[in-house]
Design a binder for this molecule. Structure first.
Ligand SMILES: NC(=O)c1ccc[n+]([C@@H]2O[C@H](COP(=O)([O-])OP(=O)(O)OC[C@H]3O[C@@H](n4cnc5c(N)ncnc54)[C@H](OP(=O)(O)O)[C@@H]3O)[C@@H](O)[C@H]2O)c1
Length: 255
């Protein structure tokens, strides 16, 4: 186990929710660069924890990510840990099929992560213990209703990380991919269905930090939920789809 202390850590999507909670907890013993689009929310974070370095950057805009990376290079000369957390959730309504939802999910959630990594991989290579942490979702373990576009973008991240581990582990990189269940944040506040085992951002951040410190590749929580979803994934498709279709009927009934 390696405690996260005296590291230079960049967290994207740190203006609210899980990213913000991670920034607050990690800033106790590390240098944290917190980025997001909302300058107002970043300033509120800085007011609460003045040690946190804030940078406005949209993960879909490579020039803004390059600026942040250049800033980190100038200030610290290296990056020990990237937590690519920025993300957004939009549901697809198959009754009014809109490919724009899929495009936006891929742009922010998947390409946003890839662009962020591209902007700072050279800085991570300067660390003697580089760690890449990517935010996926437990929704990748099951075909949950209306989550086609969101889950596909998150599954792309999980699969990207699998191959990246093969390529970067020989260079001494550690990699982690996070698959959370339901966390009470702005992202889930609009959900109109039951969210079992809902946890707070602070609880989620504590589990993520523990997972990173233990060098886990898969950081999955809460375990009972991810076990159920993983079991569902491995059941025969006719049974699996009967279960998820019943969830889908409930969701569409509520709409
Ligand atoms: N909450 C859950 O139950 C749950 C479960 C599984 C996975 N996740 C994942 O966890 C991550 C954090 O979500 P959250 O639940 O904490 O939601 P949140 O409170 O809405 O936080 C999302 C963060 O991402 C940032 N963001 C969104 N689009 C961005 C963009 N284009 N460029 C830069 N930053 C952007 C937002 O900041 P700005 O708007 O200021 O840019 C915000 O800081 C997401 O990747 C989400 O998919 C959440």
């Amino acid at each position: 186990m390696m405690e996260l202390r005296n590291n230079v850590i960049w967290i994207t999507g740190a203006s609210s929710g899980i990213g913000r909670a991670l920034a607050v907890q990690l800033a106790r013993y590390n240098t944290v660069i917190a980025s997001a689009r909302s300058q107002e929310k970043l300033l509120q974070l800085k007011e609460e924890v003045p040690e946190i370095v804030i940078r406005q950057a949209d993960v879909t805009q490579m020039s803004q990510l390059a600026d942040t990376s250049a800033f980190i290079d100038h200030m610290f000369g290296r990056l020990d840990c990237l937590i690519a957390n920025a993300g957004h959730c939009e549901y697809l309504d198959v009754r009014h099929f809109d490919s724009g939802v899929a495009r936006r999910m891929m742009e922010t959630n998947y390409l946003g992560f890839v662009y962020t990594l591209e902007s700072c991989l050279h800085l991570l290579r300067r660390s003697d213990h580089p760690h890449i942490v990517a935010m996926s979702s437990s929704s990748v373990y099951a075909g949950l209703p209306r989550a086609e576009a969101y889950s596909a973008a998150k599954a792309a991240i999980s699969q990207f990380m699998e191959s990246l581990a093969s390529d970067l582990k020989p260079e001494g990189f550690a990699l982690s991919v996070i698959h959370p269940g339901f966390v009470d944040t702005e992202l889930t506040q609009g959900n109109d269905f039951p969210m079992p085992l809902l946890m707070s951002s602070e609880q989620a951040a504590t589990r993520i930090i523990k997972g990173i410190e233990h060098g886990r590749f898969n950081i999955d929580f809460p375990k009972p939920l991810t076990w159920v979803l993983r079991c569902l994934r491995s059941t025969p498709h006719f049974l699996r789809h009967r279960i998820t279709s019943s969830l889908s009927r409930n969701v569409h009934h509520e709409l």
